[in-house]
Design a protein around this ligand. Structure first.
Ligand SMILES: Nc1ncnc2c1ncn2[C@@H]1O[C@H](COP(=O)(O)OP(=O)(O)OP(=O)(O)O)[C@@H](O)[C@H]1O
Ligand SMILES: Nc1ccn([C@H]2C[C@H](O)[C@@H](COP(=O)(O)O)O2)c(=O)n1
Length: 448
């Protein structure tokens, strides 16, 4: 049996430094990586530092990974323990993502999401990073990348460089970046091999309270940590703190309309408001709309905590209004969860957490609606409607258009939500038919 050891990042560095290819005992490091290649294909890989044949499960060179005759680079941000460190690490990741989308990394570079995880310890937080594919080996790009890491990562920063050797094998060299004047030092070199595909996406076990918030308190704590960095966080918390803890629903029906962009939610909710003489609410509510852009520019942890908290503000409005009339809501918790899951889980629908996973559950402390209707339209019809509307595309809408896998993951996440689950209505039909079908669902649910 070949020795397998679980390594923390500093140990990993040491192991790579101590395990050159002539080392007698080959080590398949237990830190694995998953990168999302073009077309939302996930590639799982790890490193093999032995000179003999790689261990079982790690024998093949990962495919589509290295552009020929190019090079690849990767780096990850260290896992953080405290919430304060997690907020800082998340913001650093976002900042690096923005820098990597600008010159000199634009043309000729592909920046792909990378996750480093420990396959033998699901409780260990995965580390987020990037895999930068460069079509042609370009010393200037490499220098710019090193400069970026020296400037933004805690010293000493590390950079992995992937290259094909003459024997056709893929090798990863681990470099420690010293000061700009001193250059860099190679710590080790290992073969890159495929890693076994885990049963669950490595990000799945860390979605709860990292992207999908199960309680007001969990989301609250994140914005509290942000107060010194983002002044708007205090304003949001002040509003949330004015809301009662566990508001109760009134006697009138509370109906949520959910769906992807341009599926007809505004059209349907407006018609329902008129025909049922209902109050129309939306999540997020208008009282936070001036801060939405700020939070949309923040990383998942902060952005999704913001949306989670806005649902609690809406809940207190629902409690008040549902004592007087029916309430229709344009988006609520299911949207918050579905978009968060689809953003954090790279890959395709098959990579989503399985049915009945806790991320698909309603938070215990959030007022529940009586009925949730999910409007679904075919991708072609949705794009026709978006174009017909002629509105300026948000970044996310643009992404939805180009990334049908993302759209599929959002919709499938909606479908997996439980207690309350979504009642589906095909919204590709005419406005009148869609409205009739929605009314039919409502009558079925509230037989008078
Ligand atoms: N059944 C329908 N048939 C054809 N067009 C429709 C239908 N329902 C809505 N539309 C049109 O599609 C576009 C998007 O509809 P709407 O604004 O109601 O969607 P939405 O889900 O609220 O979108 P968003 O979430 O992006 O605000 C609008 O131009 C609307 O007039
Ligand atoms: N209750 C809500 C409402 C919206 N969001 C997020 C999900 C998407 O990122 C985006 C879509 O909103 P729209 O463009 O339709 O205004 O907002 C959420 O998380 N929770």
């Amino acid at each position: 049996m070949l020795p397998r050891v679980a390594l923390s990042p500093p140990q990993l560095l040491r192991s790579m430094a101590l395990s050159p290819s002539r080392h007698a005992a080959p080590v398949l490091t237990e830190r694995c990586f998953v990168a999302e290649l073009a077309g939302s294909e996930l590639v799982y890989f790890t490193c093999w530092s032995g000179s003999g044949p790689p261990a079982p499960g790690g024998s093949v060179r990962p495919r589509g990974f290295l552009p020929r005759p190019g090079r690849c680079y990767s780096f990850c941000i260290d896992a953080a323990q405290s919430l304060r460190e997690r907020v800082r690490a998340a913001r650093l990741h976002k900042q690096l993502q923005q820098k990597l989308s600008q010159a000199p990394f634009g043309a000729g570079c592909q920046v792909l999401p990378l996750l480093s995880y420990c396959p033998t310890d699901a409780a260990a937080a995965p580390e987020k990073g990037f895999l930068v594919q460069v079509a042609q080996a370009a010393p200037e790009t490499e220098r710019s990348l090193e400069e970026l890491l020296r400037l933004h990562l805690p010293a000493p920063a590390h950079l992995c460089v992937y290259q094909e050797a003459e024997d056709g094998q893929l090798w990863r060299a681990l470099w420690r970046l010293k000061g700009a004047a001193e250059g860099k030092e190679r710590l080790g070199r290992a073969r890159v091999v495929t890693a076994p595909r885990p049963d669950r996406h490595p990000a799945a076990s860390h979605l709860l309270d990292g992207a999908v918030f199960c309680s007001r308190e969990a989301a609250r704590r994140v914005l509290e940590e942000c107060m010194a960095l983002i002044p708007e966080a205090k304003a949001v918390l002040d509003l949330v703190d004015k809301c009662p803890d566990l508001p109760k629903k009134g006697d009138f029906p509370v109906i949520v309309i959910e769906g992807l962009d341009a599926t007809g939610k505004t059209t349907v909710t407006q018609s329902l408001k008129d025909s049922l003489n209902a109050i129309l609410l939306r999540s997020p509510p208008s009282c936070v709309s001036q801060w939405r852009k700020t939070f949309d520019d923040e990383p998942t942890l902060i952005r999704r905590a913001f949306y989670a908290l806005t649902n609690y503000i809406v809940a207190s409005e629902i409690a008040k209004e549902s004592t007087k009339s029916p309430v229709i809501i344009d988006r609520y918790f299911h949207s918050t969860a579905a978009y968060a899951i689809a953003t954090e889980i790279s890959g395709k629908v098959s990579d989503l957490p399985p049915l009945h996973h806790p991320v698909y559950c309603w938070p215990k402390d959030l007022l529940k609606p009586d009925l949730v209707i999910l409007l679904t339209v075919s991708p072609e019809e949705r794009i026709r409607r978006l174009q017909g509307r002629g509105a300026e595309k948000t970044r996310e809408e643009a992404e939805l258009e180009v990334n049908s896998f993302f759209r599929q993951k959002v919709e499938e996440s909606y479908r997996r939500m439980e207690n309350p689950s979504c009642q589906l209505v095909d919204a590709s039909r005419s406005r009148e038919e869609v409205f009739e079908n929605v009314l039919h669902q409502i009558k079925k649910h509230f037989p008078s």
